[in-house]
Design a protein around this ligand. Sequence first.
Ligand code: ATP
Ligand code: MG
Length: 578
Amino acid sequence: MKWTKTLIQTLRENPGDAEIDSHKLLIRAGLARKVAGGLYAYLPLGMRSLKKIQQIVREEMDRAGAQEIVSPILQPAELWRTTGRWDTMGPNMFKLRDRGEHEFALGPTAEEVFTDLAKGMISSYRQLPVTIYQIQWKFRDETRPRFGLMRSKEFLMKDAYSFDVDAEGADKSYWTMYRAYERIFARCGLKAVPVQADGGDMGDSLTHEFHVLADAGEDGIAFCEGCGYAANLEKAERKVGNGEWGMGNGEAVEEIPTPNAKTIEEVAAFMGLSPDAFVKSLVYLADGKPVMVCVPGDRDVNDVKLKHFLGAKAVALADFGTVLAATGANAGFVGPVRPADASLRIVADVSLKGASGRIVGANKDDFHLKNVDLARDAKIADADYADLTTVKAGDACPHCGRPMVIKRGIEVGQVFKLGTKYSAAFNATYKNDKLEEHIMIMGCYGVGVSRTLQAVIEQSHDKDGIVWPASVAPYQVCICLLDPADAGVAKVAEDLEAALEAQGVDVIVDDRAERPGVKFKDADLIGFPVRVVVGAKGLANGGVEVKRRSEDKSATRIVAPADAAQAVADLLKEDAGA
Ligand code: ATP
Ligand code: MG
């Protein structure tokens, strides 16, 4: 392919709304262009990479035995009403009506559509197990679309759904997909690590997210480098240590004035104590009902854990009025000892069980209580102690006790054991060999195809631009033709292009009438894995220059034109691990 025949435009300036490197490079390298907030057009270069990622996903799904279909983006409301998600998906779902006033959603995912299809097509155990998938555009009205393709309103997802006769079969389907995901990301040149994740409404249901570790990641992940435990912070647990509990010696509760000191840090500084001597108390609304949540002063409430523990659909910090009515004080001075509303439910982090000698809000503005012994002074039921906090760096691994580290990750895929949540709602059944009817057991499996494209860039770039892995690069080789007007030189480039293409290598020839510096800069910015410089001067001195994008100038090989195709193919083969 000749550069002058393509629509490639690189930019010198970073886009104003780009906060992370991969977003800047995506736009500057001419892979995609913003159409509106959270909406992008994929340009020829970006489209080539996107298609290669799709192809890898498709090959691995097919290899795992999954069947490709495609279902409509426009999904009827009735399907979503069957599971109740028409309402519970909330404002994240784009909803619209046709001219007959029938309601539809732009699919944010497709469990309902696929379950309904399976129900309609599958009746016997003989048809099971089966996994079906599609690669289709998804729509989500994200609260904060950002980071380019990472969190957009419209994105390409591969979604697969497995149907099995029993839990054992569902387990097998799950791990088959898990292994397919390992292969997909490895083939895309990505290091993606599987981590345990929150099962959402399905509580302790088994699910793993695949994360690309990067500072720009939106998720926090706890890792134990000792035993390999890895979990999203939404779910990660810790071993609660001895000595976290008792700090007091049975002294009586004492009220202390703490004027204008509201935050734990302020009160701690005021009293010359460390935050872990405090119990942080927050009033939440769980599905509209107030509940007080107590955690150690140096820890944060984990809203996801709280929601599951309370069995609530939604939890959020309560408004000022609710806090005052429930406790008798304003936020900052509330605590578990005698709140104004004696019937207020109080739940506490498990690490506070047996805590004494603590400082808590007095439920009276500008006052705190010291020497508080939770068992003695607060009304917290035994069953209301639970793991309610987010783990921190250094916390003990729940399995082996060694200190954990926290890293940031980009979620590129997720595998999920659904059980019968959707199949039961649709009454999607099969008949066994005795003609008895049973509900199918499901799993669902998503890969963010467009997010993966950008995750590759985030994981593989330097100060000059992208460093594509050959498997998903828009072109694997760029021939920088330095003297396009010189017919002899142009012929060398053309022959090399033809020789490489004959071997199935994607090549672009930069035949623009531009200075060498401009061509080198663009080749580095776009990040073609191998660059070949063909120019009159070089040829006069014995050959063409071959270099990997990932190598510096000193690694340049001078190769006779006739050997260049082989030299390039060897480099690509080496990189592919062949
Ligand atoms: P997130 O937690 O990042 O919002 P999710 O867990 O809601 O994602 P899933 O429902 O698991 O997303 O969707 C499957 C995959 O689709 C995700 O693993 C992710 O790679 C991708 N994805 C989800 N939302 C977006 C988005 N707004 N833009 C781009 N890709 C997305
Ligand atoms: Mg997910």
